[in-house]
Design a protein. Structure first.
Lengths: 226, 180
């Protein structure tokens, strides 16, 4: 009955706390300097030897990605195909057991407020039909299901200071056409595919692993919803 | 200490905990110092270290409840709720509450909230809520934590969890009515 309201409330709770804490951190002048005794205690608590706050091993590597999709002029009844001609730097920081991936770029439009362009997914693998559509100010969500009960979910979110976590064992970067690159990770038997354009972060989650051909078709099938 | 090590014996969880540490430790420390100083704690430098250590003890125990698909800022907000709660515990801010009569049903709450009509006003109202209420609401509604789990996470009695959630909902609605 009030499921949609509850889901909106869930989003509002997190968004409010993000704003609140971001604001406080922006004005707090305290340093993060701690005693050696603190780091010794932290080493015992988290189970690894931490000598300071900078991490044990950090290697930066720039991966330059250009995702260029075809653009079509908007005519009445025609779809606008989402395209980017910006080059984004994906910065990967390697730790012993995980990789932190950041989306950084000088021209990134870090959006705030409501999503202004709602994306639609016009291609899904054969047999899948849309079972749910949820469009709220800060995110867009579509769920698809096939006869076997397998699910695919597409989510569009605003691009804030995006950084996501990949663990070394379950990650890969998929590069195809020498240009398109999205990140893959497996979380609790669900396959995640993550990428960004200049305004939004997108995720596809699937119960089954998607081939590169299917991924490319899905990527190219993203349009601005009319 | 052994129980802590055993609790993070799983390598995947270990990687996650390390990620949280390397990514957010400094912000957690700065935030703890800031909050404690604002509350008049003269020993805030050292107390903040205790707060962050306690926060990580909780995090290692509740890693399964952390959603690592969230963005950087969202995940940071989660860990800072743990820091906030531990800071409040240290300052003994957990007062007892009077019993509340006439609790709202879920349906009545969402009907009165009218979030579809005023989404951004609701966000503002949540921001202005005392942390004790907003944190309880976050973990109850977003993470679907049971009262028992929430009581253990926050370090308070189960009855107090009920009261915080109910009082939080009522104060939220009251704040929204004032905005009108």
């Amino acid at each position: 009955m009030y499921t949609a309201d509850k889901e909106l409330f869930q989003e509002a709770l997190l968004e409010a706390l993000v704003k609140k804490y971001d604001r406080e951190l922006a004005v707090c002048t305290e340093s993060a300097v701690c005693t050696d005794a603190h780091y010794q205690a932290m080493s015992r608590i988290i189970g690894v030897n931490v000598t300071g706050h900078t991490g044990r091993k950090r290697i930066s590597r720039r991966a330059v990605v250009a995702i260029i999709l075809a653009a079509a002029l908007l005519l009445s009844g025609c779809a606008i195909y989402v395209y980017r001609n910006k080059i984004w730097d994906f910065v990967e920081r390697f730790y012993e057991k995980h990789i932190a991936v950041s989306v950084e770029g000088n021209d990134l439009q870090r959006t705030s407020g409501a999503i202004t362009e709602v994306y639609a997914l016009t291609y899904v693998p054969e047999g899948y039909v849309m079972t749910e559509e949820q469009i709220i100010p800060i995110s867009v969500l579509y769920k698809f299901e096939n006869d076997g009960g397998r699910l695919i979910m597409f989510k569009q979110k605003r691009l804030d200071t995006s950084q996501f976590y990949l663990d070394v064992q379950n990650q890969a970067a998929i590069v195809f056409d020498d240009e398109h690159k999205i990140y893959y990770r497996k979380v609790n038997n669900t396959h995640h595919y993550i990428w960004c354009d200049e305004k939004y972060a997108m995720t596809i989650k699937s119960d089954v692993e998607l081939s590169e051909d299917v991924l490319l078709l899905m990527l190219q099938g993203i349009t601005v919803k009319q | 200490m052994l129980s802590f090590l055993l609790s993070i014996a799983d390598e995947g969880r270990q990687a996650q905990i390390e990620y949280l540490y390397y990514t957010y430790h400094d912000d957690m420390m700065r935030f703890a110092k800031y909050r404690l100083r604002l509350c008049g704690d003269f020993n805030y430098d050292m107390d903040a270290q205790d707060v962050v250590q306690n926060a990580f003890v909780k995090i290692t125990k509740y890693t399964h409840a952390v959603d690592f698909t969230l963005s950087y800022n969202e995940l940071r907000a989660y860990v800072l709720t743990i820091v906030t709660n531990e800071a409040n515990n240290l300052l003994k801010e957990n007062k007892t509450y009077e019993e509340l009569d006439d609790c709202l049903t879920e349906e009545a709450f969402f009907e009165a909230l009218r979030i579809k009509d005023r989404y951004y006003e609701v966000i503002e109202a949540i921001e202005s809520l005392d942390d004790r209420y907003s944190i309880a609401l976050l973990y109850r509604y977003r993470e679907n934590m049971s009262i028992k789990e929430l009581a253990a996470l926050l370090g308070i009695a189960e009855k107090s969890v009920y009261t915080r959630i109910e009082r939080g909902r009522k104060l939220l609605l009251k704040s929204l009515e004032k905005e009108k």
